[in-house]
Design a protein around this ligand. Sequence first.
Ligand SMILES: [Cu+2]
Length: 453
Amino acid sequence: MIRSVRSQNRHFPAGTPIFAALGALAFLAACAQPGPVPDRDVQWTGETVTLEITAERGMVALDEHVGYDGFTFNQTIPSEQFIVQQGDSVRMILHNEDTVAHGLSVHAADAQTSAHVGNVPPGESRSVTFLAKYPGVFMYHCAPGGHGIMMHTKAGQHGMIVVEPADGQYGLEAELGREPDLRLYFVQHEVYRDGRDFFDGKALYVMFNGELFRYVKNPIQARPGDYVRFYYLNNGPNLTSTFHIVGGIFDYMHYQGNPQNVDIGGQSVTSGPTDSWVIEWQVPEEEGAYTLVTHAFGTQTAKGAIGILQASHDAERDAVVRSEGPRSNGELVDAQFRRVVRPFAPGSPEVDRPVHFDAGEEVIIEMVGNSYVPKTVEIPSGTSVTWVNEDVFDYMNFEQTGLHNSVVVQGPEDLATEMLGHGETDALTFTVPGDYEYICTMHPYMRGIVRVR
Ligand SMILES: [Cu+2]
């Protein structure tokens, strides 16, 4: 097969909104009132597409053995996948059905979405309308403002929105003169056991589309010679992915999913957090299992980010594989899993091991990434416990801040620390044996346990 060599610039044309992603970090804009979004230099098609997202908290299954008690949009991690056309007017509505603030940052918009839907109070709905100006594969994620943007995205509130090009074709489509046989939408993303691991980039699991080894257990079916288009998005939130197919070379790679950005003949695509690609690939003529991996073997691949594309001549294949995680029915419970991961509260003891201290040992608990680390400590009676706030972002309040305290909500005695800013400490002395469960009043989902012997 001979490829025509393209001369298009692989990088962004002038005026490209490379700073759109930074809209998520427009912390102070989160308090602005909704208003009209300015028109840009792309023709609006007149189509208005309405996309609705509901923010909640709850358990999803990372596989049949592992439950994850995170933050969700539309009850899945990753969230629902959306497809619009370039030139569409896109109205996104966020319904907040949780008891803390949530929000939206939409990278498909060359506009400050977080100024309109950035800090939605519990029980309320807000919307933003924007023009789908550029084609591509974009991330959206929760943006309650400030510190909470990072915390909620980590907890699972992120998804993919694809803007299909109004004109201009992707590589193989132009070459073969036909549509893809398979469209595979892939979100790579991470799960962390606590805020310390999140800050340090030590993921517990890394996966494609919400489930560990999802496409190993249920391989994607294809036929030799099939034209496959990947919509590939790394939602991170921390790690850089190098997506690769074992036994294949990508024919065309379009950075950010814009057809004008063309790379040809590659073993991998590199995607930092929120980076994306449209990848065009024709399955070789040989039958067999083509393995899809991020090629960071220890830090990512072995932690769950593997899939298989099984090619056989008589394959019955689905034309589309969507990127949202398996939908939770909202009724998952701890007992059905071998382990449960809670980013902000104690999970299974194997995940968040209780830490024992003997008399005279110094007991220090970090407040970091909206979690207590260690989440559970066991101490002798008479021990003093010190909390230190390692969260750096201590501006603003509630979901927008990293200010924390420790307030006993269940236990033999009522005890409470001061509200602590970055680097501040406070100590409590436990003299009555028993279990003390405590929370942060800024972030009531943040929980820890002190066991006094
Ligand atoms: Cu949120």
